[in-house]
Design a protein around this ligand. Sequence first.
Ligand code: CU
Length: 201
Amino acid sequence: MNGITNPLKNVDQAFIYIIGFSLVLLMFITALMIVFVFKYRRSKHPEPSDIRGNWLLETAWTIIPTVIALSMFYIGWSAYIGLRDVPPGAIEIDVFAQQFSWIVVYPNDKEIENEIVVPQGKPVKINLTSEDVLHSLFIPAFRVKVDAVKGLTSYVWFYPDKKGEYMFHCTEYCGIAHSEMNGVLRVIPENDYEQWLEEEE
Ligand SMILES: [Cu+2]
């Protein structure tokens, strides 16, 4: 993969890690609660016992959740950094969001609408801005999403390592035809891309 780490993998790992821990904690706490409800019910234990000042217990329930929370932060933060650090040599494409379509402009001024074509195996950086209201570019297959704001250029980058067609959407409610503001991202072999780029639409 030419030394490029696909941020998609890190995002997925962070997601699975957080969901996994949440599920384990949910099951553990629920099970413990059910056990305690039966074990320490009033008919069995009319006098509650006072267990204040258990140094070991208090240290454990402070340190273990802190470590878990910090590890979630760390894994999420590393994935985020991967999404923001554009590798050198990325192809830059300008995308203009407008009510209600996406205008995509290539370095040679080729312009298309609601379609992004990229070569397979090259990092792609999209510079995004809006011509009018707030929009947001969401490419679920590559786990990227960024707001388009008039007067501001934001960016996303992704690594299309597999050929195929993927949908992208506007994910910021921008007006009456917001739901129709979709497009197709096509990942094609590099030779086809060079050829496509020179073609007149
Ligand atoms: Cu929109």
